[in-house]
Design a protein. Structure first.
Length: 307
């Protein structure tokens, strides 16, 4: 039976995943991973971040990585790929312009404390930064994707106001973000909460402009993704091998693994356009560099099955 009802997977392992790992991969290693992801069918992905290497050493050399991407991936193939870089401010935006990237990502927090701990500014100040970045992006015809973090729970403030989440998501959308990713940054959400929040969000933002970003700290990421999917959300962020975590929340494990998301959807006859076996191969390759066990149930099962 032909797969139907396609979903879009946004691969965040090279940025959101690696920046929260204790292991720092070299530029060449990151490029090898990039090629493996593209070979597996990934067409929407973050390459890195234009942030200070002092604060995020894992993202050092993003400019060189973007340059290798432009030099090594044909122009024809690049037209079919949405490759983005995270940009926190005008300085990062100027780097994005210089390196010729066609898409960037911006981010804000849903709570004041997390905003201060994460990017050392208030929510209002972060919105001003986004507005400035957005102005430069529009002038240079660069697409902008927005991230909204700790939408379901904050490690400092606990419960998060759903009204605040909706308000901030709407602001990002009205500023010009073509898509707003709703983040369960510490992996605390449950399906009922997901359904309740996305029902409110879809009243002010089309579901085609919303994405779900779930961490699997408590093992509910796939269930949460399915809950959002049933409400019409068709875009989900994931990280190869479940790379990542949250340095501001003790015990917060990585993003939901790309392999597990792909496996779930394709078991349900929902097309992702990705090759599960090539994703598992990328997982096996990564395991030679990452010092802890990689998080992906389907990869673990397939490796054991083929051993």
């Amino acid at each position: 039976m032909a797969l139907k009802q396609k979903v879009k997977i946004v691969e965040v392992g090279l940025r959101d995943g690696l920046q929260n790992e204790s292991t720092t991969l070299s530029i060449d290693q990151r490029f090898q991973l990039l090629k493996k992801l593209l070979d597996a069918g990934i067409r929407n992905l973050e390459i890195g971040a234009y942030v200070s290497p002092k604060w995020v050493p894992q993202m050092a050399g993003t400019e060189q990585l973007v340059k290798k991407y432009h030099q090594s991936v044909s122009a024809l193939q690049q037209k079919k790929i949405n490759a983005s870089v995270l940009v926190p401010n005008d300085e990062g935006m100027h780097k994005a312009i210089e390196t010729g990237i066609k898409e960037i990502a911006v981010f804000i927090s849903s709570t004041e404390t997390f905003s201060q701990k994460n990017i050392n500014c208030s929510i209002a100040e972060s919105l001003m930064r986004v507005k400035s970045v957005m102005t430069l992006a529009k002038k240079n015809k660069i697409k902008v994707r927005g991230y909204l973090s700790v939408c379901f729970g904050c490690p400092y403030e606990g419960k998060v106001s759903e009204a605040k989440v909706v308000e901030l998501a709407q602001k990002l959308y009205k500023m010009g973000c073509y898509e707003v990713s709703i983040g369960d940054t510490i992996g605390i959400a449950n399906p009922i909460q997901v359904e309740r929040l996305f029902k409110k969000l879809k009243k002010v933002i089309p579901t085609t402009k919303l994405a779900g970003h779930f961490h699997d700290t408590r093992g509910l990421a796939l269930t949460n993704i399915l809950s959002a999917y049933k409400l019409g959300v068709k875009t989900f962020d994931s990280s190869i091998a479940g790379l990542g975590g949250c340095p501001y929340a003790k015990g917060a494990s990585g993003n939901v693994s790309t392999e597990d998301v792909v496996n779930m959807f394709e078991q349900l006859n929902i097309n992702t356009g990705l090759d599960i076996n090539k994703l598992v191969s990328a997982n096996i390759w990564l395991s030679g560099f990452i010092t802890h066990e990689l998080q992906s149930k389907v990869s673990r099962a397939l490796k054991e099955q083929n051993s």
